[in-house]
Design a protein around this ligand. Structure first.
Ligand code: ZN
Length: 141
C-alpha cells in the first residue's frame, strides 16, 4: 500500500467500455442510444474488432468524474447483460486498466503490454472528454 493515499484529483476522466459480440450488438446499440439520451458523454466509434487492450468488440463512453455517481449505477441497472469495463484515466493507463478498473459482468483478459505507465513521460496528452451527446431524458435517470 502506498504510504500516502492518492488524491481523486489524479483522475481526469473515466471510460466505460461496453463489450458486445454479433449476438449482442443490437442490445449494445440500444444501450448506446439510451446513454446518449440521458448523459452528456463522449461516445466513441463502434469497434467491431478487438482494439488496444480490449479483447472484444466494444464502444467507449468517456465521461467526467462529476457523472460517475449517476452514470455507473445507471449502467449497473441497465447494461442488459453486457460486460462493461469502467476505468479511471490518470497519468498511468497501464495501472488504470490492470489495477484500478471495475467490471460489470465477467472480467475479460486485457492486453496490457502496449499501455504506457506514464502519459507525461511518453509525451502524450491526458485523456479528455469532448461530449458529443445531447441528452433530453436526463431527468429520467
Ligand atoms: Zn478506456
Amino acid at each position: 500500500m502506498p504510504t500516502t493515499p492518492r488524491s481523486l484529483r489524479d483522475i481526469g476522466s473515466y471510460h466505460a467500455h461496453v463489450y458486445y459480440d454479433d449476438a449482442s450488438r443490437a442490445r449494445a446499440a440500444e444501450l448506446r442510444e439510451r446513454l446518449a439520451e440521458r448523459f452528456s458523454v463522449q461516445l466513441g466509434r463502434w469497434r467491431d474488432a478487438p482494439t488496444g487492450p480490449h479483447p472484444s468488440a466494444a464502444f467507449q463512453v468517456a465521461f467526467t468524474p462529476a457523472l460517475f455517481a449517476t452514470l455507473v449505477p445507471w449502467l449497473m441497472l441497465n447494461r442488459a447483460g453486457l460486460t462493461v469495463l469502467v476505468h479511471p484515466n490518470t497519468d498511468n493507463p497501464h495501472e488504470d486498466h490492470a489495477t484500478h478498473a471495475l467490471w460489470m459482468g465477467p472480467p475479460q483478459p486485457l492486453k496490457l503490454d502496449g499501455l504506457p505507465r506514464s502519459l507525461r513521460a511518453a509525451g502524450m496528452p491526458p485523456d479528455g472528454v469532448a461530449a458529443n451527446t445531447t441528452p433530453h431524458l436526463a431527468d429520467t435517470i
